[in-house]
Design a protein around this ligand. Structure first.
Ligand SMILES: [Fe+2]
Ligand SMILES: [Fe+2]
Length: 140
């Protein structure tokens, strides 16, 4: 799959873990990623793009914390490793956003932003799926 296809990655029900809060956050993540991509590719003023980025980081931090609470609650065995990965991704996101803040030309940030989004999408669609078998099935 090319990097460009990852940018267009969309939510699919197969990504659902069975936890309403975390699933809603993952679904929103794909929408936010698309909005951020559109903003970066647009002629929008930098202030607006920086505002997108700030909201994106806030939501990512909230999501990681909620997902870690879920993993703790269900006794997910790889929680410490997954938590480290969240910290790594958050640090990388913060550094890309700092680059965007500091950039004279947003084009200079696109490669970094693109690689970051690929890593985040891969995290949701690969690493997070490992949680699924540990989520208790909900009663209908
Ligand atoms: Fe997640
Ligand atoms: Fe995760």
């Amino acid at each position: 799959m090319s990097g460009n296809a990852l940018w267009q990655y969309r939510w699919s029900e197969e990504f659902a873990l069975g936890d309403p809060l975390v699933d809603a956050q993952h679904r929103a993540f794909f929408e936010e990623a698309a909005a951020l991509r559109a903003a970066l590719a647009s002629e929008e003023p930098k202030d607006e793009i920086v505002a997108y980025c700030s909201a994106f980081i806030t939501n990512l931090r909230t999501h990681f914390a909620d997902e870690e609470r879920l993993m703790a609650r269900i006794g997910f065995p790889a929680l410490p490793i997954h938590q480290q990965e969240h910290e790594r991704l958050l640090a990388r996101t913060e550094s890309v956003v700092a680059e965007i803040h500091a950039a004279d030309c947003l084009l200079d940030c696109l490669l970094g932003a693109h690689a970051l989004m690929e890593a985040l999408v891969e995290h949701v669609t690969q690493q997070d799926m490992r949680i699924k078998t540990f989520v208790p099935r909900q009663c209908a």
